[in-house]
Design a protein. Structure first.
Length: 154
């Protein structure tokens, strides 16, 4: 092999290696920034990672909103009509936030399996529900119907 071909081969090898390293770094950064959606039933079943940013959606349980004296800290229960989880949030809630309302919260689970929200999003009108929340509620409803049918069959 001639010296020119060796240099070209080495250059091509370095370029392929550099592209591979850049691709690996980009995919790692992309994976670190993913935020998956979980329903309260999936969180209660232990399917959600603890300490990793996730989204959770459902309905705020009536009579579960507990506002602290500081005016910014709120604790409430979130349900998909199958399971219920506790949510803690410190900040200003959206104007449309209320009991019985569909919401999506962004945050992470702590060691006690309580969802600590960093952001709370409320639906914007009476006809809209985030697709993930609607799917989670529909799945929970179908699971409840199947469990009721199985208990009646016994």
């Amino acid at each position: 092999m001639t010296p020119i071909r060796k240099k070209r081969l080495m250059l091509v090898g370095l370029m392929v290696g550099a592209v591979g390293i850049a691709t690996a770094l980009a995919l790692t950064a992309f994976n670190d920034n993913l935020m998956y959606f979980y329903s309260p039933a999936e969180i209660a079943a232990g399917e959600a990672p603890s300490g990793h940013p996730i989204r959770v959606g459902g309905l705020v349980v009536k009579h579960s909103v507990d506002r602290q004296d500081d005016g910014l800290t709120v604790a409430f229960d979130l349900t998909d009509n199958n399971k219920t989880i506790k949510v803690n949030y410190t900040g200003i809630l959206p104007d449309l936030f209320r009991e019985g309302q569909g919401i999506v919260a962004l945050g992470s689970l702590n060691e006690q399996n309580v969802f600590v929200a960093s952001e709370v999003l409320a639906k914007h009108d009476e006809n809209y529900m985030p697709p993930e929340v609607a799917d989670a509620l529909k799945t929970a409803h179908n699971d409840g119907v199947q469990q009721a049918a199985q208990s009646l069959a016994r």
